[in-house]
Design a protein. Structure first.
Length: 181
């Protein structure tokens, strides 16, 4: 049986460190597992009037992909010591309507990783996700932590992971997460 994960980066930047970390995760998946990358780029700002007119296609696509997956990998930047607004917005959309929360997030294994140019990695953003994931009923995997600090040296100008030590840590992280599902 193949373990199917969905991965989402919380950055919209073309050469984002976090998008690069997500691509590296796809390449580092352990045998018997696959990671499909989804984007939040087309998710509009949440607006109940838009929701009342019908769920945007970008949102239903994300929701259905996460609901069908065995697990979810969130790759979070850290902006101003917190969770990126565009990423939180996408998760908020995916929780609408509230009756869909159990289908999309209920008991879903979720792992958090992230990269930041700063010295502390994404520890505050990862901690900032905890109340949201708890509220949604997701099952946060805490067997390992992966916070890439000094990301400017770990990634090239195109946002590709070039640090082999980080690549090895990422592979161990993913093996642990997949093994827990």
């Amino acid at each position: 049986m193949t373990v199917r994960l969905v991965g989402i980066s919380g950055s919209l930047r073309r050469h984002s460190y976090n998008a690069g970390l997500l691509r590296a995760a796809r390449a580092a998946m352990p045998e018997g597992a696959e990671l499909t990358i989804h984007s939040i780029a087309e998710v509009p700002l949440y607006n109940a009037d838009v929701e009342a007119d019908g769920m945007p296609l970008a949102v239903t696509t994300l929701k259905d992909a996460v609901a069908a997956a065995d697990g979810l990998l969130l790759v979070t930047p850290e902006y101003n010591n917190g969770v990126p607004g565009v990423f939180k917005n996408a998760i908020d959309w995916m929780s609408r309507p509230g009756s869909d929360i159990p289908r999309v997030f209920g008991g879903k294994p979720v792992a958090l990783i992230g990269a930041s140019p700063g010295g502390f990695g994404t520890i505050l953003a990862q901690n900032g996700w905890l109340p949201t994931l708890r509220t949604l009923g997701a099952s946060l995997w805490t067997g390992e932590k992966l916070m890439v600090s000094g990301a400017g040296a770990a990634f090239d100008a195109g946002g590709n992971l070039i640090d082999e030590a980080v690549r090895e840590r990422l592979a161990r992280f993913l093996a642990g997460f997949v093994g827990s599902i």
